[in-house]
Design a protein around this ligand. Structure first.
Ligand code: GLU
Length: 464
């Protein structure tokens, strides 16, 4: 199995799913998963994009058994192989040199286009015995080539749709399809799982395997991923690259789960551990119809994974997002784990988690206006005073102690717990919605809690 991205951009969601399906297939069958960089198109390939792809695959946890940084897994490092294979085909008479001038070919192509026909090179140079020029594969004029696809079934290509295609250009550079074939045979690829935008290349490639006397691999062409408007998923639809989702703070576990379910299913099950995916995945169960990218479902899955993740692991994941939100989150791992535990039910991404947790690190700059009118009254001010007094006196600031103070005070003041709780929430976070209050206060600690209650009292004083 191999994943063979062209490094012409970030890793697209469709590419990531292709990589995942290859990886799952390899892991399920105990095969080898190879990463190959298809950088023959030098004008569009960049080192930066190779790094992006490697980073994205690593983030998804799709580890490869063979591939970069080892040498010879980039097409630009494999030129000798292409040359040798072309020489073999020439020697066997299965390929030939063609010296047709480009403008002649162009004119013929234009003529065909004008008649709305597919252009076919007529094989003019087949038997001229030339010794230089472009190298073309000799194919039979009549007949058909069948792709027995694991996902799409039997797809038949009539040879009238094909022609003696170019393996090596006049300038000596190998063409894309030829590189793919030579790579797949020399890497001993048994299964080619790739996007169905490559299905039309497959008969050409099959003919080339045959010319080289190699057995053809098994093919599985995966459908495209579409946006809600049924056009191909792109940046226009919002995030379309793996990096974009990573930067939004989607957990990689959720992303893998989501991608696996795009076109593949196992009963009604939605959530799969990685081991389950490896165990259950079968490429033949992948649907041939296009998959629609569903952002709502990805968010839902992401939330499920956040919720299920223990605080200490979540803390590690969210720390960079806190920094990126411009928040000074200098707390210990243990405290951050407690913080994360109070927030994880309320967010569907790490970005959201960092945002809703901002109050832990920053004192309120302002208080919700409606709630201030309700709570920062003369009574409110007095209650804040009593709270400050009582909370200063408790020996510990653990959740149980803080809760006890509140319960005792509500009784003593003849109030409902919610009244004191909402007043405190407003004072401490600036708003009336927050994670469980006693947990929040205990995490903030005595000093910080008292400082915030004091600031709120001063505000209430000024307002009253
Ligand atoms: N390099 C091709 C792409 O990125 C994949 C070709 C293949 O898998 O055969 O679309």
């Amino acid at each position: 199995m191999r994943f063979a991205p062209s490094p012409t951009g970030h890793l697209h969601v469709g590419g990531a799913r292709t990589a995942l399906f290859n990886w799952l297939h390899a892991r399920h069958h105990g095969g080898t998963f190879i990463l190959r960089i298809e950088d023959t198109d030098r004008s569009r390939s960049t080192e930066e994009n190779i790094d992006f792809i490697i980073e994205a695959l690593t983030w998804l946890g799709l580890d490869w058994d063979e591939g970069p940084p080892a040498p010879a897994y980039r097409q630009t490092e494999r030129t000798d192989l292409y040359r040798d294979h072309a020489a073999r085909l020439l020697a066997a008479g299965r390929a030939y040199y063609c010296a047709c001038p480009p403008d002649m070919l162009d004119a013929e192509r234009k003529q065909a286009e004008a008649k709305k026909e597919t252009y076919r090179y007529p094989g003019r140079c087949r038997d001229r015995g030339l010794t230089s020029g472009a190298i073309r594969l000799r194919i039979a004029d009549e007949g058909e080539t069948v792709v027995d696809d694991l996902i799409n079934g039997r797809v038949v290509f009539d040879h009238h749709q094909l022609d003696d295609w170019i393996l090596v250009r006049t300038d000596g550079t190998p063409t894309y399809n030829f590189c793919v074939v030579v790579d797949d045979v020399t890497m001993r690829i048994t299964h080619v799982i790739r996007g169905n935008d490559h299905l039309s290349n497959t008969p050409k490639q099959i003919l080339c395997y045959a010319a080289l006397d190699y057995a053809t691999p098994v093919f599985a062409h995966v459908s495209m991923i579409l946006g809600a408007d049924r056009s191909r998923l792109s940046k226009r639809h919002g995030a379309a690259s793996v990096q974009a989702f990573r930067d939004q703070g989607v957990l990689p576990e959720a992303m893998v789960n989501y991608l696996a379910r795009l076109g593949w299913s196992h009963g009604d099950q939605e959530i799969f551990t990685r081991d389950e995916l490896v165990q259950l995945f079968d490429i033949e169960d992948v649907a041939s119809s296009a998959a629609i990218f569903d952002q709502t479902k990805l968010s839902w899955l992401s939330q499920q994974y956040l919720k299920a993740m223990p605080g200490d692991r979540l803390a590690e994941r969210v720390r960079p997002f806190i920094a990126r939100a411009g928040v000074d989150g200098a707390v210990s791992d243990a405290t951050l784990a407690r913080i994360a535990d109070t927030l994880k039910e309320r967010a569907s991404t790490l970005v959201e988690l960092a945002e809703i947790g901002r109050f832990y690190f920053e004192r309120p700059r302002e208080y919700d206006a409606k709630a201030s009118a309700k709570f920062f009254t003369r009574d409110g001010r007095e209650r804040l005073g009593v709270l400050i007094e009582r909370l200063s006196a408790v020996p510990d600031f653990d959740v149980a102690t803080v809760e006890r103070v509140y319960r005792e005070l509500t009784d003593a003041l003849g109030l409902k717990l919610v009244e004191l709780a909402q007043l405190t929430r407003l004072a401490v976070t600036g708003r009336t919605a927050s994670p469980p209050l006693f947990e929040v206060l205990s995490i903030l600690g005595r000093e910080e809690t008292l400082a915030r209650l004091g600031a709120a009292r001063a505000t209430a004083e000024a307002a009253a």
